[in-house]
Design a protein around this ligand. Structure first.
Ligand code: DON
Length: 321
């Protein structure tokens, strides 16, 4: 167990250790994402008493991509309740890639809300009368979670809309099985817009801390999420958040997390910390390569794994503030 170091020191040491790691490639299947600087790197941690510790390019904006999925799932649970949401999307890890064109053969539902199919089903549930109002509703919720104004990157949205034929195929497959309604373009606009939300690494850490803090933003003290559903969201993040890397993640890091192809990764240490990492070089499974390295390091140094030896992690983290 580490002793004299404080959280900022641990973040700085971890940042320095991985600053020059250059494994992985920036996502290029959405042309606009290929413009990201592969060397960008940031780590932020937010505590439950509202302190934020950062290193690197913490204020550099990037699109949230799949990190929007747990938040959209939370919105669906709040707006439709558990049973209605579950009738459209399951909670089983798929063991497949994020963009797999596959439904659970027993139910014809998407496996879970973290893979594209499930997230598109969720987008269909939370879209509103007009395309603009559905997107606005989601952005407003995310602004409360981040504690600042956020906007959509229109260039990324256009780029993904233009090239998103695989997601279109997934959506039509789900229309065929009655999982989503026939307003497929509206649903995809909702999904692509959610993915195109601009955030920075600090936002990710604050959003994660809002989930960890029973739904209340620890910086603004504003209640954001209905806490009765946060355990649903964290459970699905824990088992499915890193797609076909989810098992190894649970084994080695052991905290609920979600990655995005923009390079963001967010992890939630329940009742203790929110973690954000930004590094756009992705591994072969579409997860931030340095994001995984950093979370593994922080989990080891701070004893964050959910099944870490009795309370070493939590009492250590609490003693640091
Ligand atoms: O559906 C897509 O292709 C993207 N908008 C989001 C994918 C994503 O971030 C996958 N995560 N690692």
């Amino acid at each position: 167990m580490p002793d004299a170091l404080n959280i900022q020191d641990i973040i700085d040491v971890t940042y320095d250790k991985y600053r020059t790691a250059d494994e992985g490639e920036v996502a290029a299947y959405i042309p606009e994402l290929a413009k990201a600087d592969p060397n960008d790197f940031a780590i932020c941690v937010t505590s439950m008493d509202g302190q934020v510790f950062c290193a690197g390019d913490w204020d550099k904006e990037f699109t949230i991509q799949s990190v929007c999925k747990p938040f959209a799932y939370q919105v669906a649970l709040e707006e439709l309740g558990r049973e209605r949401t579950l009738s459209h999307v399951g909670v089983e890890p798929s063991g497949e890639a994020f963009n797999s064109i596959e439904l659970d053969p027993r139910t014809m539902r998407p496996f879970n809300p973290m893979v594209n199919a499930g997230a598109i089903a969720v987008a269909s549930l939370i879209k509103k009368e007009s395309t603009a109002s559905g997107v606005r509703n989601f952005v407003e919720k995310m602004q409360l979670a981040a504690g600042r104004k956020l906007k959509i990157d229109q260039a990324v949205l256009a780029s993904e809309s233009l090239t998103g034929n695989r997601n279109r195929a997934i959506a039509y497959l789900m229309l065929n099985f009655g999982i989503i309604d026939e307003d497929v373009n509206h649903t995809l606009h909702q999904y692509f817009s959610q993915c195109s939300l601009l955030v920075n690494c600090r936002d990710l850490a604050v959003m994660a801390a809002t989930l960890a803090n029973m739904g209340t933003n620890p910086l603004t003290s504003e209640p954001v999420f209905d806490f009765q559903y946060i355990k649903d969201v964290l459970a699905v993040m824990f088992t499915c958040g890193l797609y076909d890397h989810a098992g190894e993640w649970a084994y080695r890091v052991g905290i609920p997390a979600k990655s995005g192809v923009g390079g963001g990764l967010l992890a939630v240490v329940n009742r203790q910390l929110g973690i954000g990492v930004y590094s756009p070089r992705l591994d072969k499974k579409g997860n931030s390569a340095r994001g995984i390295m950093v979370c593994r390091e922080l989990a080891d140094r701070l004893g964050l794994h959910a099944f870490e030896f009795t309370n070493v992690g939590s009492s250590f983290v609490q003693s640091m503030f």
